[in-house]
Design a protein. Structure first.
Length: 408
């Protein structure tokens, strides 16, 4: 079964939920989701593990549920990671072309990519991704494949995502403690982008904002490649905390108010309106001003969008966003959040849902599952890439064998 239909498993260890998605690559090379497992998350704060034992039990429950639905045994996962320690930046590698005729070959491309990965980072940091953008030959930018061109100086432009090694390993160790292998660690923002963006949106230029419970990740795609990434250690839980403090209610009640009466914008028609909270669980009855509730939410969400907008402005990325902004994650359910984001970015905004996969997708067609679905899409891409490399190797060895046989 594993030989004919490879199994890909994505594991999202989020602040509010653990989600495992099982998919298989069918004979036609398409990705079909066959199982999903979810469990409430305990022991994760701002996207990072703070109680390994609690998280281990939650992951086990999610994996068991996904295994039961897919009728497979999960042995390895593509693990999504987040946290404020993750950083992204653009880098260049340079390689002189030394062949006599100055024609650029495959080896030159491999060498320049190696040079682009030679990054001077603090000792405690670890590279998570090095993503190719494009090449430059003798000052000519925007080259996708320089093989066969003539030039003396080859440059490779890449985007690098890195983070604190120990903080990344905390999640890896928990997963390995469950007798599961980690195929690869994947930045959650990248996974979400893979789930919600079409090829056209990647080409035109799109900002993806994944609004989670503990963190907000953002990724800029343009010309088909990743141009910028970032993480804010602010999410939906912070909105609930603001409401609890501003309305003087317990955190649990603030969360309920956010879900039942919240909005990202303040409607002037609400002026003077209030809702009455019952005196259950020994709490006194209380009246909450609805306009005040929504103003608190709007201010926090607007601040998050403004921080991202300012960062992209400093990085000169705003002009790349010809296809606008796509929101995903649990925070994308907030009423009027598209309207608020459009006001801040002055661009068209829509809520993104996972697409381009088959199988059991009905329950996953929500912005909450962008990361989980994106992880299996990332895994499928890596599988195809490895398979392609393997086939090229086998083809070379086969041709060599035939050559020797002909000469015998």
């Amino acid at each position: 079964m594993f030989d004919s239909n490879p199994i890909i498993v994505g594991l999202e260890v989020g602040t509010s939920k653990i989600c495992a998605v099982v998919a298989e690559i069918n004979d036609a090379g398409l990705l079909n989701i066959t199982g999903v497992g979810q469990h409430a998350s305990h022991g994760v704060r701002k996207g990072e593990i703070v109680d390994p034992q609690a998280v281990s039990e939650d992951i086990r429950n999610a994996i068991v549920e996904a295994e039961g639905m897919a009728d497979v045994e999960v042995r390895s996962v593509f693990l999504g990671v987040s946290g404020s320690h993750l950083r992204g930046f653009n880098n260049r590698g340079v390689h002189p072309v030394v062949s006599a005729d100055r024609e650029i070959g495959d080896e030159d491309v491999q060498d320049v990519m190696k040079n682009s990965k030679a990054i001077n980072l603090p000792a405690e940091n670890h590279v998570v991704h090095v993503m190719r953008q494009d090449f430059c030959v003798d000052g000519q930018d925007g080259i996708q494949n320089p093989v066969g061109m003539l030039g003396a100086r080859l440059e490779a432009k890449v985007h690098v995502v890195h983070g604190n090694f120990n903080r990344l390993q905390n999640a890896v160790r928990v997963v390995k403690g469950l007798q599961l292998d980690v195929e690869e660690v994947v930045f959650n923002g990248l996974a979400s982008s893979l789930a919600v963006l079409s090829s056209e949106q990647k080409e035109l230029g799109t900002l993806v904002i994944d609004m989670g419970a503990g963190t907000t990740e953002y990724v800029v795609y343009a010309d088909g490649v990743v141009r910028h990434t970032g993480v804010l250690a602010v999410g939906g839980d912070h909105v609930s905390n603001d409401l609890a403090y501003g309305l003087r209610v317990p955190l649990g009640r603030a969360e309920q108010l956010k879900l039942s009466h919240g909005s990202a914008v303040v409607d002037e028609a609400l002026k003077g309106q209030s809702i009455r909270l019952g005196g259950d669980h020994g709490l006194p009855e209380k009246s909450v001003n609805l306009e005040h509730l929504r103003r608190i939410m709007s201010m926090r969400l607007e601040e998050v969008f403004e921080l991202i907008e300012q960062e992209l402005d400093r990085a000169e990325m705003l002009d790349y966003l010809r296809a606008g902004v796509v929101l995903c994650g649990g925070g994308a359910h907030t009423p009027e959040v598209e309207r608020l984001a459009s006001k801040v970015f002055r661009l068209p905004v829509r809520v993104g849902k996972p697409g381009a996969v088959g199988g059991i997708t009905t329950s996953l067609e929500l912005p909450d599952f962008a990361t989980s679905v994106g992880l299996v899409k990332f895994g499928a891409f890596q599988h195809r890439k490895n398979q392609h490399s393997s086939m090229r190797g086998r083809g070379w060895r086969s041709a060599l064998g035939q050559l020797f046989r002909r000469g015998a």
